[in-house]
Ligand binder design. Structure first.
Ligand SMILES: Cc1ncc(COP(=O)(O)O)c(C=O)c1O
Length: 383
């Protein structure tokens, strides 16, 4: 049976051409650490990592490569930024469609006396930036927000939110898990204080890569959550105060970062606009096909306006988990069923606790695969 991967919202597959080869080359031909040994191989490996920071700056509209901090991904990044910044008595805002990567650290911080407000989105995941000011308080310190819902793909108006944050002197931390490598993001132009990115989704790189990009003055206000060896100023027992070492203690995931370097090279050679355009063509075909089916409801925006690729459906009269299982068992179609680590988003969208089936085309999905999936869903629902 053929296999069709439609779970790119979880992680992209296949990865960009060249990623596997770059990782193999690092492991088999290079293998050295960076920032430690004083030999040629270590310096040239460090150059690749610096180049990766530079390319990420180009991609996300930032101008200080040393302020690109590598971590294992968005979860680690969001934890480092929120827990390094917020103190008891501070107030923080987030949207009501956040992933648990944001919500769980916020709930932990709440236990320490941080006040949390969730700004309601409507039932298709939309948020209106002009409503934010009414939730701000004198002790508001930050807004943390996803750029797009990982459940239904709805884009949140980060640019407009940034304007409000600037007006009120509140930091803006953005989770671009579902938009990095797909939508144009310009941190400087928009006024984003910190951007958490994942290497393994739209950037088409390996799992366990990602990080955050942070403005200088914001970085100074953060206490590093992790401290340890950096290979720099080793005579001191205190954490370096310069970037990126302030936040990069311990050995880096070098095989992963070599893979990420190759992925970003590929992305920039194609252009994110082209990738977005292609994903939207596929999403449009998918939505049009699904709209014809009577026994399901599309959750979120049923057109390509204001969204990225993840499409969620809720089956009528059939258990979503059963349908997803049949799609996989009988047709080889891989989707994701359930709450997608975002129970709050489902409460907002009206699909909690049953969840949805999420179908996410990717840059290499074919139009035939989308038609095949629509036919398969119809067959399972009609059976
Ligand atoms: C919106 C959103 N935020 C955060 C994450 C977590 O990202 P990472 O896997 O890089 O920790 C995901 C991944 O599923 C996501 O979709």
């Amino acid at each position: 049976m053929k296999r069709v991967y439609l779970d790119n919202g979880s992680t992209s597959f296949p990865k960009a051409p060249g990623v596997g080869e770059a990782m193999r080359r690092y492991c088999e031909d290079i293998g050295v650490n960076i920032g430690r040994g004083g030999y040629e191989e270590a310096y040239s490996a460090a150059d690749v990592i610096l180049e990766t920071r530079e390319k990420l700056c180009e991609l996300f509209g930032f101008d200080k490569p040393e302020n690109v901090v590598f971590t294992s991904g968005i979860t680690a990044s969001i934890n480092m930024v929120l827990k390094g910044f917020l103190r008891p008595g501070d107030h923080v805002l987030a949207s009501s469609v956040e992933h648990n990567a944001v919500i769980r650290p916020l709930r932990q911080l709440e236990q320490t006396g941080v006040e949390v407000t969730l700004i309601p989105c409507n039932t298709d995941g939309r948020l209106y930036a002009n409503t934010i000011s009414r939730y701000l308080k004198p002790n508001s310190k930050a807004v943390v927000m996803t750029h797009a819902s990982n459940v239904c793909g709805t884009i949140l108006p980060i640019r407009e939110v940034a304007k409000v944050c600037q007006e009120y002197g509140v930091r803006l931390i953005v989770d671009c898990a579902q938009t990095g490598g797909v939508l144009k993001i310009n941190m400087k132009e928009w006024g984003v204080d910190a951007l958490a990115f994942a290497g393994h989704k739209g950037l088409l790189g390996p799992q366990g890569t990602g990080g955050f990009i942070i403005k200088d003055d914001f970085a100074c206000e953060l206490t590093p959550l992790i401290s340890g060896g950096t290979g720099s100023i080793s005579h001191l027992e205190t954490v370096p105060d310069f970037m990126p070492d302030r936040f990069e203690s311990g050995t880096q995931n070098l095989p992963g970062l070599f893979g990420l370097n190759a992925a970003i090279r590929y992305l920039t050679s194609i252009g994110t606009e082209k990738i977005y355009q292609r994903e939207m063509e596929l999403t449009q075909t998918l939505l049009q096909g699904l709209c014809q089916l009577k026994k399901l409801r599309i959750v979120g925006i049923p057109s390509c306006e204001g969204r990225v690729a993840p499409v969620s459906i809720d089956c009528i009269g059939k258990d979503n988990a059963r349908v997803a299982y049949e799609l996989e068992q009988s047709f080889g179609i891989m989707t994701r069923c359930g709450l997608h680590c975002a129970p709050l988003a489902h409460k907002t969208l009206g699909t909690y606790p049953r969840g949805t089936i999420r179908i996410t085309p990717g840059h290499r999905t074919t139009t035939e695969e989308i038609y095949y999936a629509i036919d398969a869903i119809k067959a399972v629902l009609d059976a």
